[in-house]
Write a protein that binds this ligand. Structure first.
Ligand SMILES: Nc1nc2c(ncn2[C@@H]2O[C@H](COP(=O)(O)OP(=O)(O)OP(=O)(O)O)[C@@H](O)[C@H]2O)c(=O)[nH]1
Ligand SMILES: [Mg+2]
Length: 362
């Protein structure tokens, strides 16, 4: 139940790896709080066991729960349990849920089960799919085939949110829109940017309206996507960091990302992200294809003493190679910056096919 006693509104932000889902979730949550005095909680999701997104959303000041080790659909009971605990913690008006960037069949395996099993508890907004304008453009320009997963995700959209609109010009945006209309003519399209927050009002209005998801699932066999998922190596690690000297966090994360970019072709890099934090400072950075971006430094640019580092890399690479590459890059970076590193967690694998707990066609 939300603060007004009705069902809690669910806003699901799907879309491919690196599209801008977490950035949008945090910006939306801030805007809803500041402009409408509405409270928002967030559920993150990952195949692995540690998540930069969770650190980032928590650091941004929101209540967060995570579903790890597989998609919402295959861990549906845990997903609902986490939503309920967010409700009992803070009675949020809206829960924003971000499925894994390779999740498919969200309508049949997440939206439809929520609607049919929990109609009095949850109210599901139209399914939003975040599309990265730069990635869309590189496909239009023939830089690579779109892939079954992103094109299926797009076909499921009730609202397409075109992110990174600041990175394309008007002609390029028109071409992207034409392609979206061709693929999913029934969907609304909203352009946005994390830099100027354009159309945030329109996204908020839709999120806070009483419009409900009513699209029939675009069902497809999960096996069809398994091959594409298996091409990705999925590396996650956490380290405790100690340094006697002053460490320039900006240089450290930039150099780490540049080292990954030198190792792999841009089209292989789905999303590499990293958070560095200490008591007095935090910095996050992402690399998506060839785009590198620092997503905020809180506090000082420098830290001394103890800190923590979380690394998530999703790259088209055999996991064994990815693990070797990431370990080498981390070791070189530690040596260069005279850091004492203690590895806390590490995993690297290729995602296996998953079986949804529910698969409903209404
Ligand atoms: N220029 C620009 N960058 C953006 C925009 N939205 C997101 N980004 C950047 O894109 C990168 C990836 O953003 P995330 O929000 O982490 O993407 P995601 O979809 O949550 O990624 P996964 O969780 O890995 O699937 C970050 O560096 C963001 O700052 C935007 O509108 N404009
Ligand atoms: Mg994310």
């Amino acid at each position: 139940m939300s603060s007004d006693g009705g069902p809690t509104r669910f806003l699901i932000l799907g879309g491919f790896l690196g599209a801008g889902k977490t950035t949008l979730a945090v910006n939306l949550a801030k805007a809803m709080k500041d402009q409408h005095d509405r409270s928002v909680a967030i559920i993150t999701n990952d195949q692995g066991d540690v998540l930069v997104d969770t650190e980032y959303t928590k650091d941004s000041g929101f209540n967060v729960q995570e579903v790890l080790g597989g998609c919402f659909c295959a861990n549906f009971d845990e997903f609902v349990h986490n939503a309920r605990s967010l409700v009992s913690m803070g009675r949020p008006d809206v829960i924003i849920a971000e499925p894994i960037g390779t999740s498919t069949n969200i309508l049949a395996s997440v939206v439809a089960p929520l609607k049919s099993l929990y109609p009095d508890e949850f109210d599901v907004a139209p399914l939003c799919v975040v599309v990265d304008c730069l990635r869309a453009l590189s496909h239009l320009d023939g830089g690579g085939s779109e892939g079954l997963i992103p094109s299926h995700q797009l076909k499921e959209a009730e609202v397409v949110i075109l992110s990174k609109a600041d990175r394309v010009n008007q002609d390029q945006m028109s071409r992207i829109r034409e392609e979206i209309v061709r693929t999913v003519p029934e969907a609304d399209i909203i352009e946005t940017s994390s830099l100027d927050l354009r159309n945030m009002g329109a996204i908020m209005d839709m999120a806070l309206s009483d419009r409900k998801s009513d699209k029939l699932p675009v069902g497809d066999e999960n096996k069809r996507f398994a091959f594409e998922k298996a091409r990705l190596g999925w590396y996650s690690s956490t380290y405790r960091i100690r340094s006697g000297d002053r460490v320039d966090m900006y240089s450290l994360i930039t150099e780490t990302m540049k080292a990954v970019a030198q190792e792999y072709e841009p089209r292989s890099i789905a999303h590499v992200k990293m958070v560095l934090s200490s008591e007095s400072a935090a910095a996050k950075m992402s690399l998506v294809q060839e785009s590198m971006q620092v997503d905020g430094i809180h506090g000082s640019r420098y830290f001394t003493g103890e800190g923590r580092m979380v690394l998530n890399a999703r790259v088209e690479s055999p996991p064994v190679k990815l693990e070797t590459v990431m370990r080498r890059i981390v070791a070189e970076m530690a040596e260069k910056h005279s850091l004492d590193l203690e590895n806390e967690t590490e995993s690297c694998f290729s995602p296996r096919p998953e079986s949804p707990s529910h698969y409903l066609f209404e």
